[in-house]
Design a protein around this ligand. Structure first.
Ligand code: GLN
Length: 247
């Protein structure tokens, strides 16, 4: 089986190695004998893109400048992206991508960038450009009934409000806004988060949650993934969790 992935604006939304998340998916699929066909979407590709035909749509993070540049192009695909999301295509979005799927993003100059309005949340940046949530972050998430600590790095001026179903509870760091209890937005087929990292290399169980969702949906029955040797990843996680949570 080959998973079809649409990587939107890889040339514009790629902060802190966010594109590494796609390499990670390809790697973990490959180890289990599956393939990934990753298509890069760049500005102007909307008309020729069949969003619903993909298993996963991915947007990385980007600075205000890039978000502004691509906002109109993204809006022109709104209906097709809404249909893909409603049909169950998995949506993975990091930081700037997360913000653009909400109602709007008001940047530090007060300029309002319209979002796709897929979800109810909205984001407003402080007018003081120096006021940003920056640093390591750990959140407590729940994936298929199992608690999992998700580790990452955040750097955002935007403060996100009105999040109905957050991705996790903040254990270290800021999250959706300064001193927030919650981080990101979550549905069965949606992970929207401020966590760079790259997110999936630091959190292999999250990668596998996404992979098994996509494979199961495609196959029409649950797919059980063979475990991989994540010894190195787990060692790294232990060090980071020890440093951040037991200090
Ligand atoms: N430009 C947005 C902000 O500062 C998103 C930044 C990012 O993707 N890291 O809030």
């Amino acid at each position: 089986m080959t998973l079809k992935i649409l990587h939107m604006y890889p040339n514009m939304l790629d902060l802190y190695g966010d594109s590494g998340n796609m390499e990670l998916l390809r790697y973990r699929l490959g180890k289990r004998g599956y393939d990934a066909e990753i298509t890069a979407y760049t500005m102007g590709d909307g008309a020729k893109t069949d969003f619903e035909s993909y298993d996963l749509i991915y947007l990385g993070g980007g600075a205000d400048f890039e978000q502004q540049l691509l906002a109109d192009d993204l809006l022109s695909c709104r209906d097709k992206i809404v249909n893909a999301y409603k049909s169950g295509v998995f949506m993975l979005m990091i930081c700037g991508g997360y913000q653009l799927m909400g109602q709007y993003y008001k940047d530090s100059n007060g300029k309002k960038i319209p979002g796709l309005g897929l979800f109810d949340y909205y984001t407003v940046a402080s007018t003081n450009k120096r006021e940003r949530c920056i640093g390591n972050i750990v959140i407590g998430a729940e994936l298929e009934g199992r608690k999992y600590k998700v580790i990452g790095f955040e750097n955002h001026g935007g403060m996100t409000d009105n999040v109905k179903t957050p991705f996790g509870k903040v254990l270290f760091g800021n999250g959706n806004k300064f001193g927030s209890d919650t981080e990101g937005y979550f549905e069965k087929n949606v992970v929207a988060t401020y966590l760079h990292g790259p997110l999936l290399s630091k959190n292999p169980k999250l990668a596998d949650y996404i992979i098994s969702y996509c494979l199961s949906r495609r196959q029409g029955s649950p797919v059980k993934l063979a475990p991989l040797n994540d010894k190195l990843e787990e060692e790294c996680r232990k060090v980071m969790l020890g440093r951040l949570l037991q200090g």
